[in-house]
Design a protein around this ligand. Structure first.
Ligand code: ADP
Length: 202
């Protein structure tokens, strides 16, 4: 299965991506995670991306698209994948379609996680992540950067909902409530019956 997860920062895409990918038996590919790994590794890509990330802005499409294209060409993505955080602009979506056509594939489904904005700000400002065994706040989870990320989402990413709806690929998933309930709704939207004890189910 080839799936894209769409939704604002704080909608729980990362958490659901891990669970759903486990259940579907495909890799979860998060552009945010790839960028963060490059930032902590001090690679040229990381140094370039960090400036944009810390400001809550998008990393330019040229950099991001090339990175995803390489990742999708890896062997583990041949049988399917779950993309988390990409595409984030219409241009990225168009490039993704081109890359997939070259690989002889297309997308099966786009899940849009829907949450209300007050909940998002609350989730992000109280979120802690583990870095090198320590619990820290992500640089871009500071309140002013969160506001910028939400603005960027509304302006650049939200239009993807209409883009994929027009292609008949979009399914909206209510992302409020407990993690396991959101997973169950997402699995249903993917046409996958979920049974207790299934790998990846919680
Ligand atoms: P969140 O979903 O919580 O906003 P991510 O981990 O997906 O966070 O992304 C963190 C940052 O990485 C983004 O704010 C952006 O700067 C950069 N980034 C991730 N994915 C993309 C993308 N597809 N295009 C451009 N920038 C991206």
């Amino acid at each position: 299965m080839r799936v894209v997860l769409l939704g604002p920062p704080g909608a729980g895409k990362g958490t659901q991506a891990q669970i759903l990918a486990g259940a579907l038996g495909v890799p979860a590919i998060s552009t945010g995670d790839i960028f963060r790994a490059n930032v902590s590794g001090g690679t040229p890509l990381g140094l370039e991306a960090k400036v944009f990330m810390d400001a809550g802005d998008l990393v330019p499409d040229a950099i991001t698209v090339a990175m995803v294209k390489d990742r999708l060409a890896e062997a583990d993505a041949a049988g399917g994948f779950l993309l988390d955080g990409f595409p984030r602009t219409i241009a990225q979506a168009e490039q993704l379609a081109v890359s997939l056509t070259e690989l002889g594939h297309g997308l099966d489904r786009v899940l849009e996680f829907v949450v209300d904005e007050e909940e998002l700000v609350a989730r992000l400002s109280t979120r802690v992540v583990e870095v090198d065994g320590k619990q820290v706040q992500r640089e871009d989870d500071k309140p002013e950067t969160v506001r910028r990320r939400l603005e960027v989402y509304r302006e650049q990413t939200a239009p993807l909902s209409g883009f994929y709806e027009a292609e008949g690929l979009l399914a909206r998933v209510d992302a409020m409530g407990p993690v396991e309930e959101v997973t169950a709704r997402a699995m249903a939207a993917l046409g996958q019956p979920q049974t207790a004890g299934q790998p990846g189910a919680v």
